[in-house]
Design a protein around this ligand. Structure first.
Ligand code: NDP
Length: 264
């Protein structure tokens, strides 16, 4: 696997990844990814949402760890800080978030197998492109980087995005009581409070903010890829979700923006 750590191979995979992300962007505008509110029970091959999320996100942790540990700077301080950030981020997305999800008991799968399989390539690339850069190819991630304005600003942005993302996901989760979930109902309500006062999709907004912060803090092309491919997935879906709420609820707050408070 050492050949995957060379700068030439890394750069080639990086370029290919951006091209792939451009295709994802087009695809996401043309169709709705079949999971969550746009997934339907028994349509095609589907998994339970909890298992679907867990499986789809797993390669991001495994591939990051694998490539990180093969990097020549794996035991340096600054790379280890980013290793910690990555593991916490994906512990939330890949393990805690699926575990806490409120899925109607007895319901069939609504998380398309295709979403999981397509997601595997992206989440594997997430891990590879970030870990190889952080623990092997970068030359600026020395202890001096800890006082660099890009590190300080980027980490502040990342932390704001991450905390508000967890908060927004929690508001959504609490829209269904445990009793409702146990009775097998799949209920949707209008989320209120937090950043939902301003936008329909604060989870998507803060996910993108956190990845923008991570890209600034690491100054890494791999992190830029994560930001780009996440935007390719989430911006079209944000418009689809906004339209879905407007169609479903007559009393949906019309003043809410789609994704970016006061802007979009
Ligand atoms: P889901 O559509 O799967 O929604 C998450 C959970 O909330 C599901 O259990 C869903 O139920 C439930 N839910 C959603 N809306 C309501 C509502 N109005 N009332 C009651 N329950 C509701 O996932 P999301 O697309 O919302 O994404 C979840 C997180 O993952 C976000 O933080 C997002 O930013 C992140 N993400 C990141 C991506 C990336 O590329 N980096 C890609 C996609 C997501 P049900 O399944 O029954 O619909």
């Amino acid at each position: 696997m050492d050949w995957l750590m060379s700068a030439e191979v890394y750069n080639t995979i990086l370029v290919g990844s951006f091209v792939y992300a451009a295709f994802i962007l087009v695809g996401a505008f043309l169709s709705k990814a079949p999971y969550g509110r746009f997934g339907s029970e028994g349509a095609g091959l589907s998994l339970s949402p909890r298992l679907g999320w867990f499986l789809m996100e797993l390669p991001a942790t495994l591939s990051f760890l694998w490539f990180y540990l093969h990097g020549k700077n794996a035991s340096e301080w600054v790379p280890m800080i980013f290793l910690g950030v990555w593991l916490i981020h994906y512990a939330n997305r890949g393990f805690i978030f699926p575990l806490l999800m409120r899925v109607a008991s007895g319901s069939k799968g609504t998380f398309g197998l295709l979403v999981v399989v397509a997601g595997w390539l992206v989440t594997t690339l997430h891990g590879y492109l970030n870990a190889v850069f952080i623990s092997h190819l970068s030359t600026h991630l020395t202890p001096d980087w800890l006082s660099d304005p890009r590190f300080l600003l980027g980490m502040a942005i990342y932390l704001f995005g991450f905390v508000m993302n967890v908060h927004s996901d929690a508001i959504i989760r609490n829209l269904r009581s445990k009793a409702e979930v146990e009775s097998g109902e799949r209920i949707y309500r209008i989320p209120q409070g937090g950043l939902f006062r301003y936008v329909t999709n604060p989870s998507y907004f803060t996910e993108l903010v956190s990845f923008a912060g991570f890209a600034i803090a690491t100054w890494s092309p791999g992190a830029l890829f994560v930001l780009f491919v996440s935007a390719a997935n989430l911006i079209p879906r944000a418009f689809q979700v906004h339209r879905w709420y407007l169609n479903k609820f007559d009393n949906y707050p019309r003043e809410r923006k789609v994704l970016i408070p006061w802007v979009l």
